[in-house]
Ligand binder design. Structure first.
Ligand code: PMP
Length: 355
């Protein structure tokens, strides 16, 4: 088996993959595939209901919020958020922490006025900006909790007077959060929750209906709430696999237990990066991500040989994003600590050979 450090779609628990494969052939002994039954059948309704209640349970979602499984990825949320929340003549605040935040800002311009409250662009997003003001007349404040490409993470969420909207695509279910601190949370499934194709949205109901515009049905949160994520045919496979992954998280002891394991995994890897003279971390230590660990080599000419060396030893997906370079080890929930140990050993072996 490979050690899968891919950034997304990322590693899923092996037992989830096995159960998913079984359900594709025969769902719960029905004699039918998960992929050939009606989404309105009792079997699938049970799957969707369980997925929604597991999200509520694992994240302690309070009353007054709706949990939706939509399509279009996090990228569609970049537009749906302002479409549904931002009137044309109003502002929304954005924290610019990388490419994804930037894309969210770009989409908001179609609907109103996004205001960038802070950026670390000139520094290639090596740290999370701090000490900025959010205008009190902003309709919402958008942040990206984990910056998948650069390997930075908001370890503490800013205190915000205005409702906070958060793109949690690459760290949802990796640590405890207080949902009540947010007006809206969204995440593409394909890192910690399931396969590509489903997008999780958790929205505070009383933020809706204030955008002062007509919204087409498929882009309207209220329409999806009113129809229980079944306004049209939902992404049945992605929801099923997400439900199994959420069951897996619960069986592991929930998000708190997962967070502890994630901390230990990240610590092991960052310690090696800091200790090993061949490697160095990219980001400001206090903002380092627990999910995506970005590092480079002191001698850039060794990067290609190291990548080859690692691949030959079964480590895949560690090449950095094309806009960041170097290496990125994505260490999502389902990646066992044994894979981190394997990476650390490979780094040590390579350093030994290149003294
Ligand atoms: N936001 C973040 C933080 C991401 O990491 C990604 C994808 N890697 C996206 C948004 C875009 O997600 P999608 O491909 O689901 O549209």
């Amino acid at each position: 088996m490979k050690h899968n450090f891919g950034a997304g779609p990322g590693i899923l628990p092996h037992e989830v993959l096995k159960q998913s494969a079984e359900a594709v052939l025969d769902l719960n002994g029905t004699g039918l595939s998960l992929l050939e039954i009606s989404h309105r059948s009792p079997e699938f309704e049970a799957v969707l209901n369980e997925a929604v209640s597991l999200v509520k349970e694992l994240l302690n979602v309070p009353e007054g919020y709706s949990v939706l499984f939509l399509q279009g990825g996090a990228s569609l949320q970049f537009a749906m958020v302002p479409y549904n929340l931002l009137p044309q003549d109003k502002k929304a605040a954005y924290l610019e922490t990388g490419v994804w935040a930037n894309k969210a800002i770009k989409e908001a311009k179609f609907f109103g006025t996004p205001v960038v409250v802070a950026t670390d662009k000139e520094n290639n997003f090596k740290q999370i900006p701090k000490n900025y003001e959010v205008p009190s007349d902003a309709v919402y404040f958008h942040v990206t909790s984990n910056n998948t490409i650069y390997g930075t993470q908001l370890h503490e969420f800013p205190k915000s007077e205005v409702p906070m909207v958060c793109d949690m695509s690459s760290d949802i279910f990796s640590r405890e959060i207080n949902v009540a601190d947010f007006g809206l949370i969204y995440a593409g499934a394909q890192k910690n929750m399931g396969p590509a194709g489903a997008t999780l949205v958790i929205v505070k109901n009383d933020l809706l209906g204030k955008a002062e515009r007509q919204i087409p049905s498929m882009l309207n949160y209220q329409m999806h709430i009113d129809n229980g994520s079944m306004y049209n045919t939902p992404p049945v496979f992605a929801i099923y696999v997400s439900m199994l992954t959420l069951r897996w998280i619960k069986a592991k002891g929930g998000v708190a237990a997962i967070a502890k394991a994630n901390e230990a995994k990240a610590k092991l890897l960052y310690e090696e990066i800091d200790r090993n003279p061949l490697f160095k971390g990219v980001c400001v230590p206090e903002d380092r991500s627990v999910m995506n660990v970005c590092f480079v080599m002191e001698k850039p000419e060794l990067e290609k040989p190291f990548l080859k060396f690692a691949e030959e030893r079964g480590l895949v997906g560690i090449k950095g994003h094309r806009s960041a370079g170097g290496f990125r080890a994505s260490i999502y929930n389902a990646l066992p600590i044994s894979s981190i140990q394997a990476l650390v050993e490979v780094m040590q072996e390579f350093a030994e050979k290149n003294k």
